[in-house]
Design a protein around this ligand. Structure first.
Ligand code: PGA
Length: 251
């Protein structure tokens, strides 16, 4: 897939059904003819309604925030990729640090989820990133390298090319502390060179790598202006239409 500029929102477990529809409508109405791709990562209960709303707008898509790795079966409470696809979503966020931490999602499980999403021809937005202690120990590149090796680098080139990566340092998520543009750029560049080593420079050049962690209207322009930062995965600031629209316009 071609490298793209993307502003992706991650609503997490926020907004009831009506609030979610209102937010999606406000973003859809405000997008106008924006050339940049925006994605709304919404709760499962909102996928169908929000897909219906974004259908009318070019460059606006929907993501699920998680999926099960099996195609179907006796997994009470879970949602399959086929179900997500059947209501019109094209993307699935995988490996978010909150899923890794609170739901014990490990690398093998994430690799299986990546496979299932790709088999169903949806696009994984694969999250990686280090906790504060690892950053302070200056081993963050090795940490992210391992996350990529364990859950993505088993993919054949043709499948890897479909994946969107989101680098999200955990110390910057929901904390108001943002990685500096230089810190984001350094890590994105490192990720691109890991991809070049595993696949090729051409594949690395066309991979979309988003930054996540306290992206807001005030810092999006500078972050997105870094040569290896292709956009953002935005939590808190994606819950207000005006803020998210400003972020979409920050390229
Ligand atoms: P934040 O969340 O923008 O609220 O820091 C980002 C994320 O968790 O994807």
């Amino acid at each position: 897939m071609k490298r793209q500029q993307i502003a992706a929102g991650n609503w997490k477990m926020n907004k009831d059904y009506k609030e979610g529809r209102d937010l999606a409508k406000a973003i859809a109405d405000g997008m106008g003819n924006s050339e940049n791709l925006a994605i709304l990562g919404v709760p499962a209960t909102h996928l169908k309604a929000v897909s219906g709303i974004v259908k009318k707008v070019a460059n606006l898509e929907v993501a699920a925030q998680n999926c099960h790795q099996a195609e179907s079966g006796a997994y009470t409470g879970e949602i399959s990729v086929g179900m997500i696809k059947s209501v019109g979503a094209k993307y699935v966020i995988l490996g978010h640090s909150e899923r890794r931490e609170y739901f014990n999602e490990g690398h093998e499980l994430l690799a299986a989820k990546v496979n299932t999403v790709l088999e169903k021809r949806l696009i994984p937005i694969f999250c990686c990133g280090e906790p504060l202690a690892i950053r302070e120990a200056d081993t963050h590149v090795a940490h992210v390298k391992q996350q990529l090796e364990e859950s993505l680098f088993h993919l054949k080139t043709k499948d890897f090319r479909k994946v969107v990566i989101a680098y999200e340092p955990i110390w910057a998520i929901g904390t108001g502390v943002t990685a500096s543009p230089a810190q984001a750029q350094d890590m994105h560049k490192a990720i691109r060179s890991l991809i070049a080593d595993r696949y090729s420079v051409a594949v690395a050049d066309e991979t979309t790598i988003l930054y996540g962690g306290s992206v807001k209207p005030a810092n999006a322009k500078e972050l997105f202006g870094q040569p290896d930062v292709d956009g953002g995965l935005v939590g808190g600031a994606s819950l207000k239409a005006a803020d998210f629209l400003q972020i979409i316009d920050s390229f």
